[in-house]
Write a protein that binds this ligand. Sequence first.
Ligand SMILES: [Zn+2]
Length: 285
Amino acid sequence: MKIVLNKYLNKIKFIIKNDKVLFFQIVLLLLLLLVIYRGFHHLPDKTEINEILMNSKQKNLYIIDVGHGYTGECKGNHVKLEDGSCFYEYQYCYDLYKKIDIMLKKSNIFSILLDTNVLVQNMPINTRVREVNNIVRKVNRANITTLVISLHANYTSKNPDATGVEVYINLEKQKNILDASLYNEAMTNAAILFANNLAHYSGLPLRKSRGKEYKLSELRPEDCGILKRTKCYAILTENGFFSNEKERNKMQTDKFKTNIAYAHYASICEIEGIIPYPINIFYEQ
Ligand SMILES: [Zn+2]
């Protein structure tokens, strides 16, 4: 190795000695190309977060992924309301996140919101997966397990009465996971926990799959990435059907959002082995 390295250094020295001008011209050209390249790629490259806040007693790191991005001009996943405004999946999920975060902080549990990492609301799935894996790589070194919770709301044009909450997981990615041998069982238990809490606190039916409380992810590819390609525990929750008018009206109330957020919070508390604060303290006064 040493010889190869020395050879390389000699070569550079040689170039500098013999054609300093050409060498610096090449460097300038490369820098220019880099500037042009970065200019064309508007998505920020420096998305890595360098500071991960965690309570020292906290067992796991929680990353909250706020489903489908974009709010505005009736783009992104939405339905148009009678008054011309829109109900956005993203806005609803972001409201849930804000409530979950308040609840977790009250119990001294820290979470990371995927969106604010990059300050891009319409973050594409590839970026979201890359972000998660960047964080996972860092905390794995400290032997900390990561759970991603991806928040969503359901829409279907086929059945206006479709109703309920759902939980999705992926059980085919043990490799590349920190505690691989525990993965399937722990992931299944977490899914059942979230599913039961969601049904209990929302009052909505739990949409089961083959008798199981959770569903194995066979969602659209843009949803699946967060379950399939992340190298950590990951769960996706569908928190009501905004295509169902009656359900959507509920979903727009602060009380319902608090209930859904509390279901997530109570599940996390159970995983952490702590007692959650009672739900009534989180209702708007
Ligand atoms: Zn979604």
